[in-house]
Design a protein. Sequence first.
Length: 171
Amino acid sequence: MEQLAELVRPSLVYKDSFIAAIKEFQAEGRKLDLNLEEINENFYEYLAKIDRDEKGESKKDRVPQSEFWLTEGNEFIGRTSVRHYLINNLLTVGGHIGYDIRPSQRKKGYGTRILKLALEKAKALGINRVLVTCDDDNIGSAKIIESNGGVLENKVEHEGKLKRRYWIENK
């Protein structure tokens, strides 16, 4: 990290870099609920959907969540979502915070940074005990969570995979 990466609100400024990152995720086989063609043609609508998600207006089975992008200069590095509260399925898997670092930027310290900054956003929302989960075999993510104070509560099975459930005291 040459410059200090920061969390910002999603913005048109990062459109090209964001789309390039989504292509990287797709190239590694990630199934994302994103239509790149639609996003490219109407990026403002995509940004409006993120705003609706924050207000809890997108889907009835979803909780309000704030999305932030980790950027350096004009480059999109990753994204994080801070869910404002938990419902049953998020208590099992998902938790309060989810994050992704684009494949070309992994193993550079950005994962630790994005979670640290996301914890600050959670604290601002009044979330003092934060649940963060990861796949059991995702050792990199487990290390990131642990380096940010995560304490493993247990492992649960979800859709045939083990998930680690960590709690972070966010005071």
